[in-house]
Design a protein. Structure first.
Length: 307
């Protein structure tokens, strides 16, 4: 049986194929496109191919699986996988050689491959998050410029900021100064409304997210963030590992430290939303026991960049 390894990069990728005894069959550098991949691997017998977890991993893995090969996406944080690579000089050829040897000997740790449904939700949430990040500094700057003239905008939701600003009496010179910002704020309103509508519909269509929203302070975005990041619960060997991953509680035993480190890397996408939900739950008159549990959750999450 042959074993393959691919060192992925934005423009090119380094490929190496070895036999069961370590002899090099093929080593080549090709473009990171689908056609060269089919030319190299299309006519070969079924093999196991190791990839590092990266941005391009999923479409490359799908292409290779279409050609009939077994694909393993490996965790790049597993240091033992690079045990045969020298630390003095790092090159693509040495990286792919280490990956091929790790594949041949089985010294790797497979990373979780996100399901297509969860990947689609993650992409939608990232688009919404980027739109919000584009709108927030515009609103902050407009509000500060208005306050500098002794005026204050009425309170309200972010999506009504443009209407509240237009209804405010401002000097013509100030309105003209702020015009470039207001003109960029208005076009963001439509895609943001569409993103919010999509989030509500997607959350209500998912039974797990819908159940999450029964908790006070947990809305569609928080529920979808957790659901898409967790993906399917079957990837955890037991409930303790899942709880540790989500940073709700620690686990005991020899793997506690390693599991906590993995959770600090893997669950960062949903932590800000979870902290907001925990704080809201704690402030809405929940029972003392529930408030203490939510407070512990928030305090556990906040030291890792979510405060």
């Amino acid at each position: 049986m042959e074993y393959g390894a691919i060192d992925l990069h934005t423009q090119h990728r380094q490929i190496r194929i070895v036999t069961a005894d370590g002899a090099v069959v093929l080593e080549r550098r090709i473009l990171t496109r689908a056609d060269p991949c089919a030319v190299v691997f299309g006519g070969r017998a079924r093999m196991r191919i190791l990839l590092e977890s990266s941005t391009e991993r999923e479409w490359v893995a799908t292409c290779l699986e279409t050609l009939g090969h077994e694909v393993v996406v490996a965790d790049p944080n597993f240091a033992a996988m690079y045990g045969t690579r020298t630390r003095r000089i790092k090159t693509d050829r040495r990286d792919v050689a280490a990956l091929a040897e790790a594949n041949r000997t089985g010294i790797y740790r497979a990373a979780h491959r996100v399901s297509p449904a969860a990947r689609t939700v993650r992409q939608g949430l990232r688009v919404r998050d980027q739109l919000v990040r584009m709108r927030t500094p515009l609103i902050n700057l407009l509000r500060s410029q208005v306050r500098a003239t002794g005026r204050r905008l009425p309170t309200g939701a972010a999506d009504t900021f443009g209407r509240r600003l237009a209804a405010l009496e401002l000097p013509p010179w100030l309105r003209e100064v702020l015009r470039p910002l207001t003109e960029r704020l208005e076009p963001l309103a439509i895609p943001l409304r569409e993103a919010e509508t999509w989030a509500r519909q997607a959350a209500w269509a998912d039974p797990v997210a819908r159940r999450w929203m029964t908790a006070p302070g947990v809305g569609p975005v928080t529920a979808l963030s957790y659901r898409a990041t967790l993906d399917h619960i079957g990837r955890f060997p037991d409930a303790g590992r899942a709880r540790c991953w989500s940073k709700r509680v620690g686990i005991s035993g020899a793997g506690a430290v390693a599991a906590r480190r993995r959770s600090m890397r893997g669950s960062i996408a949903w932590r800000p939303a979870a902290v907001g939900g925990s704080r809201s739950w704690r402030s809405r008159g929940a029972s003392r026991a529930a408030s203490m549990r939510c407070g512990a959750t928030a305090e556990t999450l906040m030291p890792h960049g979510c405060g």
